[in-house]
Design a protein around this ligand. Sequence first.
Ligand code: ZN
Length: 279
Amino acid sequence: MKETLKRILKSLQLYHPLQTAYRSTLRSAHNQLLRLTYAKYKGPGFECNFCGASYTTFVPEYPTPDIKKAIEENHVIAGFGPNVYCPNCLSKNRERLIKCVLQQYASIKEKKILQFSPEPHLHRFLKETAFVTTADITPGFYRHIDPNIQQADATRLPYPDESYDILIANHILEHIPEDTTAMRELFRVLNKKGLAILQVPYSEKIIKTIEEPNIDDPVRQAALFGQKDHVRIYAKEDYIKRLQQAGFNVRILSPETLAPFRIHAIQENESVFLCDKNI
Ligand SMILES: [Zn+2]
């Protein structure tokens, strides 16, 4: 019954808009509740770099039981922790990190930016001053963030060579079976002097990337890779090697380098992978 209804809604192109409206209502109710609950934590400690609110603690997020083993046994740096969401605007640690990095290491004003699977707060920040194109393989999920989002397969990007100054693929490549093809495509569309920020969940514990590119079993994917739509957990050094083999010069910003940004409640043990063409 549920599947039949889903099919009918999809055929009428109503499935994604209805799902988006439902999620948005839930998100908004959840946000109101969080603001009330966290009012007592207002004060110095962590400061959101999107809305400016300060709290002694942000909202935590920990792995659910179905993914806990994969995340914890492999020590995956995946965005979980005690201070993930801003209680005021619900920005996520991984969005706040990208904003910090862009402000410190890039100039985005009037730049052409390609943002994959746009996260709402980061997207709003980018489009204040830059020319932003958004893209996703399933754009319907993101229309509420950018009505003009384009359908694009990262392994066959519909953009000319060297057409973007900045690429932001924040937790994208771990979803893509042919990730090395996608990396070469990212390299191709990046300008000679451009910058790509390509964050993924990764592990410093495992030596070899754990992956099953052709897997199509959400329950096993959650158990093996820590999310129902991931196809791998990258070993850090292997991830860097794959980016280099695609042509990128990879600069690592270590957790120590990023320490001044901790006031914005970023994940403290995460490195950032800044990629360019070294030309
Ligand atoms: Zn905020």
